[in-house]
Ligand binder design. Structure first.
Ligand SMILES: [Zn+2]
Length: 247
């Protein structure tokens, strides 16, 4: 019996470690799996007109000037998807990104099969207390997959990650904005996708781990499904009514 004791102890340790490593897989198995869910009080959410939902988003237009930098070429778009990103910029807030886009500070190498205009551009940047619009929704951005459908047909939304930014509020504001855009442009929930969805020709890995905090093991899983649930939650609140186009 004495000899069996160490073996028994070892078995307990192995089981304990096994259980701990198993906790990672519980993420997303229900709403509690997303660590931000506990910050929301969904019982207080009521029906809204499209205008009211947009007010909750606190949208501020601050477009890149037409004909300048990332809008030097007019590239019309019929939006069919919404692509969700995160900035992975731990110092820049939404206003900093708006300024950088307007100044043409976010350069990229223009090349055949790669970036088409020499700049990065996208439509909205969201932080905990505001969403800023940089491009009209009917113009192509340069944020997803070079000359692929992600750039040709999708509205790009970046979520901020700077220090002091409340990520839970940022995620929820993004879900509200995505719900509003879905309503206005009649984009189905199945077409709200992470940047990961669009493979980038010649990049390694082709499918980017973005937005990284909503991915699991670098790809969409239960956390992403949880986020889509939040988009749907806000979409269902919308009462039929006049909705303002966002360009
Ligand atoms: Zn991205």
């Amino acid at each position: 019996m004495k000899k069996a004791l160490p073996a028994l102890l070892l078995a307990c340790v192995v089981i304990f470690i096994g259980c701990r490593s198993g906790t990672g897989n519980r993420y997303g198995s229900g709403p509690a799996s997303a660590p931000w869910q506990s910050r929301y009080n969904d019982k207080l959410l009521g029906p809204v007109t499209p205008d009211q939902l947009l007010r909750e988003v606190n949208l501020r237009p601050d477009l890149i000037r037409a004909g300048s930098v990332g809008r030097s070429w007019f590239r019309p778009m019929k939006p069919r998807y919404i692509t969700i990103h995160s900035t992975q910029n731990y110092t820049g807030n939404a206003y900093n990104h708006a300024l950088a886009l307007k100044r043409g500070a976010l350069r990229a190498t223009k090349r055949k099969g790669g970036n088409r205009i020499g700049y990065l551009t996208w439509h909205f940047t969201v932080q905990d207390n505001v969403a800023i619009q940089h491009l009209p929704c009917r113009e192509q951005g340069e944020h997803a997959d070079f000359d692929g459908p992600g750039n040709n047909y999708s509205i790009g939304i970046e979520m901020c990650e700077h220090k002091g930014n409340d990520l839970a509020l940022t995620i929820d504001k993004t879900a509200r904005l995505a719900a509003y855009i879905s309503y206005v442009y009649q984009i189905p929930l199945s077409n709200v996708v992470p940047h990961y969805h669009w493979p980038r020709a010649g990049a390694s890995p082709p499918n980017k781990n973005c937005p990284h905090f909503l991915m699991e093991n670098g790809r969409p899983g239960s956390r992403w499904r949880w986020f889509l649930g939040r988009v749907q939650l806000h979409y269902k609140r919308i009462q039929t009514g006049q909705a303002r186009s966002l360009g």
